[in-house]
Design a protein around this ligand. Sequence first.
Ligand SMILES: Cc1cc2nc3c(=O)[nH]c(=O)nc-3n(C[C@H](O)[C@H](O)[C@H](O)COP(=O)(O)O)c2cc1C
Length: 201
Amino acid sequence: MEGGIPGCMPEAVVALTGASGAKYCVRLIEALVEHKWSVRLIVTGTGAINLDLECSMTPSELASMNGVILEDNGNLAAKSASGSARFDAYVVCPASGTTIGKIAAGISDNLATRSALVAMKERRKLIIVPREAPYSTPHLKAMFNLSEWGAVILPASPGFYNSPESIDDLVDFVVARILDQLDIDHSIGRRWSGEEVPLED
Ligand SMILES: Cc1cc2nc3c(=O)[nH]c(=O)nc-3n(C[C@H](O)[C@H](O)[C@H](O)COP(=O)(O)O)c2cc1C
């Protein structure tokens, strides 16, 4: 994707919220940086707990890659809290049911939820990567509404048809789908060609 702002690197706002699956966010940020996107990273309190539990990392460590700026989730004066500040896309990865419910209810009480409401009001790309099993009815209804209102609901549900051999392969599957949504020309994972299952004579 060409940056929405002429002459600038494309910029994504990425929020790591309190659902399991912090690894998806780590890999997403690595991929965005590799593809020369700048990233504004928001980590919620429970997001930081999961980042530590699952990846043994702090938000500052995650933000140490070139081109990544760590935002304070409590700072409602940060760049992505304003519609006048341009960014190309907002990805909530992983997205907790709480954050999803708040966004669908129009609540913007922290930078993660405010940035989503800004993306929606400015008609920018909003990608939500939920992780929960099973889903509760309120969260399903919230996701249905968000989808109707233009958000992409891209669950952290990797496919198995490409014979994954490692957790990294499963993570890559989901990250590849997010990059597809961002129109990033990437080579993560193997794409289905249609020739994997031979036709019977
Ligand atoms: C270790 C841990 C794992 C969690 N996993 C999930 C999860 O997979 N999905 C989910 O929707 N909530 C999960 N939660 C609950 C959320 O973290 C909780 O609802 C929290 O309020 C989310 O706030 P946030 O969206 O501001 O991060 C988990 C909480 C903890 C402590």
